[in-house]
Design a protein around this ligand. Structure first.
Ligand SMILES: *[C@@H]1O[C@H](CO)[C@@H](O)[C@H](O)[C@H]1NC(C)=O
Ligand SMILES: *[C@@H]1O[C@H](CO)[C@@H](O)[C@H](O)[C@H]1NC(C)=O
Ligand SMILES: *[C@@H]1O[C@H](CO)[C@@H](O)[C@H](O)[C@H]1NC(C)=O
Ligand SMILES: *[C@@H]1O[C@H](CO)[C@@H](O)[C@H](O)[C@H]1NC(C)=O
Ligand SMILES: *[C@@H]1O[C@H](CO)[C@@H](O)[C@H](O)[C@H]1NC(C)=O
Ligand SMILES: *[C@@H]1O[C@H](CO)[C@@H](O)[C@H](O)[C@H]1NC(C)=O
Ligand SMILES: *[C@@H]1O[C@H](CO)[C@@H](O)[C@H](O)[C@H]1NC(C)=O
Ligand SMILES: *[C@@H]1O[C@H](CO)[C@@H](O)[C@H](O)[C@H]1NC(C)=O
Ligand SMILES: *[C@@H]1O[C@H](CO)[C@@H](O)[C@H](O)[C@H]1NC(C)=O
Ligand SMILES: *[C@@H]1O[C@H](CO)[C@@H](O)[C@H](O)[C@H]1NC(C)=O
Length: 386
């Protein structure tokens, strides 16, 4: 019976069920403003059977990803560029028809914080340097390749280094190429963030990233930390953090930000380059202040409800940023429930071998005994009778 359930489990996982697909189309600066704005606005439409996810990524102000879910496959995005760029009123960006909007969520990458961890305690409240405000960075133009976009920015004191964000939107289920190899679906996008070659302000500096999540009625207000199954995709990491927006009185998750609590100290990491991350509890923030940071939040929301949290990279005893001058971290932002890892094919086959082999041996053993038992009487027939 156990073998049977194992078999059906593995069959279910290998066939993968039906994966939900979306048609993606990419547009940079929709409506082609002229002259070009000082930052870019990327629009990825992800059209499903009867719905559309609009992913909007903007570098005007602090980098922001806005996700709007509509209940029709024909909703559109319109931008009033003079109003959008003026950044003093809402309404510069509309998703129409307005009645089709199921919900929306924006993630603002607001600040990079650096602290001097003199005593190697990773106490994030001690010895903070003045924060880097991402809305003040000098950002590159978006570098597009298919439904993915690279954005790099520098602050004055960064020396030769930069902070980069790479957005990827997906048409179907799959997994990231590099660690932490997060599982994504057609309902999610991924943002990789890395800090490369930045001159730290102390030899024992560590960094934190402040994120703000903006929503309408149901903002992302709590982080659940769930156990993840040990598998080969993110070695040594057994947890997943999920920052979710929940309709009150319901267990349905409307949208999420998901990450594994790990960052990497090299771009091509080995296991020893993994460093743990921690996050603070989401705190309610002033929505109007968030709108000042981000042109996209200003343009889309009239009354933004905001929660913010800090993700800190490295814990006591871990090497400091100075050791490699590199840090990368990856999050998934999507609609509906966050994807959950199942057992990987490798683990499944190991389980099958580990549990199946003794079963087969037992069965074979049983068969042999039977065969020998049945063979015995005829052998005995030839034995001399004393
Ligand atoms: C989409 O809408 C059509 C007609 O409105 C309906 O027949 C179909 O079942 C819907 N598909 C899904 C996946 O909801
Ligand atoms: C917004 O800014 C524009 C240009 O700076 C200005 O013309 C307009 O009057 C401002 N609107 C409001 C409501 O402040
Ligand atoms: C879904 O779309 C219909 C129009 O097709 C609209 O009348 C309705 O309000 C929408 N539902 C929601 C929850 O937005
Ligand atoms: C580091 O340790 C010294 C001595 O214990 C203490 O005086 C100092 O306040 C500590 N610094 C920080 C930033 O915790
Ligand atoms: C754009 O990105 C590609 C790889 O993603 C890189 O090879 C290329 O140099 C980048 N172009 C610019 C102008 O940064
Ligand atoms: C910045 O880059 C230049 C040329 O690549 C190099 O000579 C210089 O040492 C670098 N500066 C720092 C602080 O790394
Ligand atoms: C993605 O969203 C669609 C439409 O809301 C839903 O039918 C589908 O089950 C979702 N797929 C996953 C993998 O969450
Ligand atoms: C949900 O929240 C609204 C306002 O925040 C409140 O009026 C309503 O009673 C709540 N519903 C439930 C089921 O808690
Ligand atoms: C992030 O950390 C800084 C420094 O401790 C703090 O001032 C800020 O309020 C934190 N942000 C959030 C959203 O908790
Ligand atoms: C850390 O930085 C200091 C100078 O700022 C340098 O002397 C030291 O070698 C660096 N340590 C490592 C491990 O790179």
């Amino acid at each position: 019976m156990f073998l049977g359930s194992l078999l059906s489990l593995s069959l279910g996982l290998f066939s993968g069920g039906e994966t939900y697909r979306r048609q993606l189309s990419v547009e940079l600066n929709p409506g082609s403003p002229s002259p070009l704005p000082p930052g870019d606005l990327l629009h990825v439409r992800a059209v499903g059977d009867n719905d559309t996810l609009h992913f909007l990524f903007c570098s005007l102000g602090a980098p922001t990803l806005l996700l709007v879910h509509t209940n029709t496959s024909s909703s559109t995005v319109t931008v009033d560029w003079p109003q959008f760029e003026a950044r003093n009123t809402s309404g510069g960006l509309k998703v129409e028809p307005e009645s089709s909007i199921l919900y929306s969520t924006a993630i603002v990458f607001s600040r990079l914080l650096e602290y001097n961890d003199m005593n190697d305690t990773a106490d994030t409240t001690s010895d903070l340097f003045p924060p880097y405000k991402l809305q003040d960075f000098r950002w590159s133009r978006l570098n597009l390749s298919g439904p993915s976009a690279l954005l790099c920015g520098v602050a004055a004191t960064f020396s030769n280094g930069s902070l980069c964000l790479q957005l990827s939107v997906f048409g179907s289920e799959g997994r990231g190429q590099s660690w932490p190899r997060l599982l994504h679906t057609a309902n999610s996008s991924q943002i990789g963030v890395w800090l490369d070659g930045v001159l730290p302000r102390a030899t024992r500096s560590r960094f934190m990233l402040e994120l703000q999540a903006v929503g309408g009625a149901y903002p992302l207000s709590k982080v659940d930390v769930v156990r993840s199954i040990d598998d080969e995709y993110t070695p040594s990491i057994f947890k997943v953090s999920q920052w979710v927006s929940v309709e009150n009185g319901s267990s349905d998750v409307l949208s999420f930000v998901q990450w594994k609590p790990v960052a990497y100290r090299r771009s091509d990491p080995a296991l020893e380059d993994a460093t743990p991350c921690r996050h603070s509890n989401p705190q309610r923030q002033s929505g109007q202040e968030t709108a000042v940071l981000s042109a996209l939040v200003r343009a889309f929301y009239t009354e933004p409800e905001t929660f913010g949290l800090n993700v800190s990279f490295g814990i006591a005893g871990e090497p400091f940023y100075n050791s490699t001058k590199f840090l990368s971290w990856t999050v998934l932002v999507g609609s509906g429930s966050p994807p959950a890892d199942s057992f990987s094919p490798l683990v499944l086959s190991m389980m099958a071998v580990g549990l199946g082999t003794p079963m087969i041996l037992l069965l074979l053993g049983g068969v042999c005994v039977c065969v020998r038992k049945r063979a015995e009487p005829s052998a005995m027939a030839y034995e001399p009778i004393n």
